[in-house]
Design a protein around this ligand. Structure first.
Ligand code: SGN
Ligand code: CA
Length: 515
């Protein structure tokens, strides 16, 4: 009898427990990992068995997008549930996250959750709303990475970054959390960010593999002025550096980014560096002997890029497996929502590019799979339009916490329960703000509809509109804006764009529509 009384004591089980069943949340986010490089989305290039396991035991969102395709901004959208112009972190170059604002981790804490984050943070100010944090400074390093502790010390850890972050996450679960309370753990990997430095055991992985060239590799950007102005071409040695990006270094050689490269690899222990050089020096020697130019050079650089990116991904996939295994062994999976996503998508040679930023599909989209706990019965693909501002309200609803009115995302919980609400959003809003900046992608905003249309406005030192029919032109090669016969659809999309700008209160953008 006494026992029962205890169980129902509101002190021990605050409101949190009642509504959604006290779920834990493990949110895993990588950097620049795109759906083309995840086999449950696309099996042309690599196998990612552990990532695929998450989808196989749960759901895969096939229309998942970000609000602003860049690291810091994406993280700020995720943590606040608001578009960039509302959370204030519009770009990586000048923004500092205002940690005094309302955030989802803070609201989870209020609802009785413990919150922890390990890995890449990238919001400049130190984390708030976390009971525990241990973060990489800025972009972090692949080898023997530094971490900032809660005491604001910088501590160098031994090992490869993806392993170290996973070790820290598991250590928090095992030794540091309060087991009497539900938790939300954010594991933010550095992988697979530029410049794609592999773990020792995978140095030679994929070296014999030839990756198929994307159909749009030789895009000439006709009819797309912003695409003509970017600096993210694989073929261009200014954009994709032969040393830093492609690891084709010869002693004494100087490229734009050689110093950055040498700084990064010099973090390795000397035995590792020896092993590293044993792999990459002969590759470089062979490359310079060939004296490649034109298409042959571009395609060589593409293969190097794909191989190194895939190697980094291999360690990531291993560590996802390790994380899932730990949760399973501890009996936590039953009651834990496991989310896997990236801060945005990425170009793997489509349009001849690497990097992201554009509202074109490859970088606007982001992988999103979830392993679902008991009580959430959806399985398989979910095709509703979702965006990274939706994670905050989703986690809050699962925690049984109220979702504040000013959160702009929509809770995905109905979708996770297998429902398909008729009134689900039919369009998404996007706004990219970082220009002038690296890679020279012009500022732009736009709308994408569930029925496959996209309208984009590039502005600042350009004033260009683009219109795509994704059903007929999924690769977005044909800008239909201004073409006869598109007046009606343009008008409709324009109206929808304004509606979204008003809904999300993007006043600056509203003024730019009539430039
Ligand atoms: C760095 C990279 C860029 C990349 C940005 C943003 N250059 O500046 O290629 O676009 O990060 O990436 S590097 O020479 O430093 O590698 S983000 O994922 O953090 O937004
Ligand atoms: Ca990123």
């Amino acid at each position: 009898m006494k026992k029962n009384l205890l169980i129902f004591s509101p002190l021990l089980f605050p409101a949190v427990a009642a509504a959604q069943g006290n779920y834990n949340i493990v949110y895993i986010m990588t950097d620049d990992h795109t759906a083309q490089m995840m086999s449950c989305y696309d099996n042309r290039f690599v196998e990612t068995p552990h990532l695929d396991r998450i989808a196989a035991d749960g759901v895969k969102f096939v229309n998942s997008y970000v609000a602003n395709s860049l690291s810091g901004p994406s993280r700020a959208c995720m943590i606040t549930g608001k578009h960039s112009h509302k959370n204030g972190f519009t770009n990586n170059e000048h923004a500092i996250f205002d940690g005094s604002q309302q955030t989802m981790p803070k609201l989870l804490q209020k609802a009785g959750y413990q919150t922890a984050i390990v890995g890449k943070w990238h919001l400049v100010s130190l984390p708030t709303g976390f009971d525990y944090w241990n973060i990489l400074p800025e972009q972090g390093d692949y080898y023997n990475p530094d971490f900032i502790t809660m005491q604001n010390d910088t501590v160098r850890e031994k090992g490869y970054v993806t392993n170290v972050i996973t070790d820290k996450a598991i250590d928090w679960l095992e030794h540091k959390r309060d087991r009497s309370r539900p938790f939300a753990l954010f594991i933010h990997h550095k992988a697979c960010h530029r410049c794609w430095l592999p773990e020792m055991k995978y140095l030679r992985e994929y070296e014999d593999k030839t990756f198929a060239l994307p159909e749009t590799f030789y895009d000439n950007y006709e009819g797309r002025k912003a695409a003509q102005a970017q600096e993210m071409e694989i073929a261009d040695n200014h954009d994709m550096d032969l040393v830093y990006d492609n690891k084709l270094y010869r002693p004494g050689m100087r490229t734009r980014l050689t110093d950055n490269y040498l700084r990064m690899i010099s973090r390795m222990d000397s035995a590792d560096l020896q092993q590293y050089n044993d792999v990459y020096e002969p590759i470089a020697r062979d490359f310079y002997r060939q004296n490649l130019t034109g298409k042959a050079l571009a395609e060589y650089k593409y293969q190097r890029y794909m191989r190194d990116y895939a190697k980094v991904l291999k360690s990531l996939d291993d560590n996802i497996g390790r994380t899932l295994d730990y949760l399973e062994q501890q009996g936590l999976l039953e009651n834990t929502l496991v989310v896997y996503t990236s801060d945005q998508g990425f170009y793997m040679g489509e349009h001849g590019w690497f990097d992201k930023r554009f509202m074109y599909e490859e970088s606007f989209a982001t992988p999103l799979v979830m392993r679902l706990p008991k009580g959430l019965d959806a399985r398989g693909d979910i095709s509703e339009l979702v965006q990274n501002i939706d994670y905050a309200p989703t986690f809050l609803e699962l925690a049984g916490a109220p979702v504040p009115e000013d959160i702009q995302g929509e809770s995905l919980v109905p979708l996770l329960k297998g429902k398909h609400p008729k009134n689900w959003r039919k369009s998404l809003y996007y706004h990219y703000h970082e220009y002038p900046a690296e890679h020279c992608v012009k500022r732009h905003y736009g709308v994408r509809t569930a029925d496959g249309w996209k309208l984009i406005h590039f502005y600042r030192d350009i004033n260009e509109w683009e219109l795509y029919n994704l059903n007929e032109d999924p690769q977005e090669l044909h800008n239909l804006y201004g073409q006869p016969g598109t007046e009606k659809v343009t008008q409709k999309l324009m109206k929808e764009l304004v509606r979204l700008q008003e809904q999300y209160d993007d006043q600056d953008a509203l003024k730019l529509n009539n430039l």
